[in-house]
Ligand binder design. Structure first.
Ligand SMILES: *Cc1c(COP(=O)(O)O)cnc(C)c1O
Length: 396
C-alpha cells in the first residue's frame, strides 16, 4: 500500500491546477506588462486569478500581491511592518515560539538590526493565551505575527480574537496562514487580519507561488526591486501559469472544504485513537483545536528518523519531529516550545493526511506505526534504560 501522509510538507497538484497551469503556459504566455493584445490577454488572466483568490479570503483584489511562495510573503510582511514601524519609533515585535522558520529567522535578522522581539509561549496545548498577548503589547509595538495553524502539530490559534486585540491597541496583525488557507475558512475582515501569507503548494497548487494579503492602506516595502509589477511592490514578470493554477486549486479547495474536512477530521480522530493505544506515547497539540489532517505523536525511547525510514519501507510517507540541520539532528523547536523534553521530542511522528485518505489506509497506518514503534523499542538502549528504571519515563 502506498500512502502519502505528508501534506503539511507539500501536496500533490490537483487536476484543476494542472489544467489551469497548462492552459496558462499554452495560451497566455504573453507578458502581462506588454501593451499589445497578447500581453493584455495575459493581464486579464492575471487579474481574474487575483479576483478569485481575493474572494476566497474576503479581501479585495487590490489587497493581493503575488509572491514566490509562503516564505517570501512572510518575509515581506515582516519587513514592511518593521520598516514602517521604525519610521514612527516603534521597534517592538510580538510573535510566538513555534512559528515557521520563515518568520523566526527573519525576526532574528530584525533583532540584530535593533528590533526587540517578544516570543509568546504556546503552552502544552500549542496555543497562545490572549491575556499574555495583550499584556505583551507596548507603546512601541509595531507588529504581532502569529501563525493561523502550526505546520508541525496542527494547532489553530484564536485568530479573530488576536485580531481584535491588535485592532484595539492599534498594532498591525500578520498571520502566516500557509497551513490554513484552503483548509480552514478565512475571512480577513471578520478576523481583523491586516496581513496574511499563503502558499499554493500547501493546497494542491504548484510550488514556487503564493500570495501576500495586505489590507488597503498598508504601504508595502519591497523585498525585490525592479519593474512596476504588482503595483510596484513586487518586481519581476509574473508567474502567470503558476498563479492561474493557484487560483484554480484554491477555488476548488474552498468549494469542497466543508465536505473534505468532515471526512479528514473523522479519519484523523480514528488514527489518533488508534495510536493512543501505544504505551508511553502522547498526542502533541490540542486534540480539537487542530487542523483536520494533522496527527502528531511522541513515542518514548525511540528516534523519529527510525520511524520514518521503516514507515517508508511500508509505503507510508510521513515526517518526524526533528530536522536534520548541519548534519546534526535537532529536535523540533515546535515540540520544545510545547514543553516536550529533548529525548521525547526526538521520538516524534507527524502524519498529515489529505482528502483521499480511506478508513482502510488509516487501519494500515495504525498497524504499521504500532509495529514500527515496537520493533524500534526492541533494540533501543534508551528504551531499555527506561524500562529498567535507569531513566525516568516521561510519557505515562
Ligand atoms: C510551507 C510553509 C511555509 C513556506 O512556504 P513556501 O511556499 O514553501 O515558501 C511557511 N509557513 C508555513 C506555516 C508553512 O507550512
Amino acid at each position: 500500500m502506498q500512502i502519502y501522509a505528508d501534506n503539511a510538507a507539500t501536496t500533490k497538484m490537483s487536476e484543476a491546477a494542472i489544467e489551469a497551469m497548462t492552459e496558462g503556459m499554452r495560451n497566455w504566455w504573453g507578458n502581462p506588462s506588454s501593451l499589445y493584445t497578447i500581453g493584455q490577454k495575459a493581464k486579464e488572466k492575471l487579474e481574474e486569478a487575483r479576483e478569485e483568490i481575493a474572494a476566497v479570503i474576503n479581501a479585495s483584489p487590490r489587497e493581493i500581491i503575488f509572491t514566490s511562495g509562503g516564505s517570501e510573503a512572510d518575509n515581506q510582511a515582516l519587513l514592511t511592518t518593521a520598516l514602517n514601524g521604525k519610521k514612527q519609533g516603534k521597534t517592538h515585535i510580538i510573535s510566538s515560539a513555534f512559528e515557521h522558520h520563515a518568520i523566526l529567522h527573519m525576526l532574528n535578522k530584525l533583532e540584530k538590526n535593533g528590533f526587540e522581539i517578544t516570543l509568546l509561549p504556546v503552552h502544552d496545548n500549542g496555543i497562545i493565551m490572549l491575556d499574555e498577548l495583550e499584556a505583551a503589547i507596548r507603546e512601541d509595538t509595531c507588529l504581532v505575527t502569529i501563525m493561523t495553524a502550526n505546520n508541525e502539530i496542527g494547532t489553530i490559534q484564536p485568530i479573530a480574537e488576536i485580531g481584535e486585540i491588535c485592532r484595539k491597541h492599534g498594532v498591525f496583525f500578520h498571520t502566516d496562514a500557509v497551513q490554513a488557507v484552503g483548509h480552514l475558512p478565512i475571512d480577513v475582515k471578520a478576523q481583523h487580519i491586516d496581513m496574511l501569507s499563503a502558499s499554493a503548494h500547501k493546497f494542491h497548487g504548484p510550488k514556487g507561488v503564493g500570495f501576500l494579503y495586505a489590507r488597503k492602506g498598508i504601504v508595502l516595502q519591497n523585498l525585490i526591486e525592479g519593474g512596476a509589477q504588482e503595483r510596484g511592490k513586487r518586481a519581476g514578470t509574473e508567474n502567470l501559469p503558476g498563479i492561474m493554477a493557484m487560483a484554480a486549486a484554491l477555488k476548488e479547495a474552498a468549494t469542497s472544504m466543508e465536505q473534505n474536512n468532515a471526512h479528514i477530521s473523522a479519519i484523523r480522530d480514528y488514527i489518533i485513537k488508534g495510536l493512543s493505544e501505544i504505551p508511553h506515547s502522547a498526542l502533541n497539540g490540542d486534540a480539537s483545536q487542530r487542523l483536520p489532517g494533522n496527527v502528531n505523536f511522541s513515542f518514548e525511547g525511540i528516534e523519529g528518523e527510525g520511524i520514518l525510514l521503516l514507515l517508508d519501507q511500508k509505503g507510508i510517507s510521513a515526517s518526524s519531529g526533528s530536522a536534520c540541520t548541519s548534519g546534526a539532528l535537532d529536535p523540533s523547536h515546535v515540540l520544545l516550545a510545547i514543553g516536550r523534553i529533548h529525548d521525547v521530542a526526538h521520538g516524534s511522528l507527524r502524519l498529515s493526511i489529505g482528502e483521499d485518505i480511506t478508513r482502510e489506509q488509516a487501519d494500515y497506518i495504525i498497524g504499521s506505526v504500532k509495529e514500527v514503534v515496537a520493533h524500534l523499542r526492541s533494540f533501543s538502549p534508551v528504551w531499555r534504560d527506561l524500562t529498567e528504571g535507569k531513566k525516568q519515563i516521561i510519557l505515562k
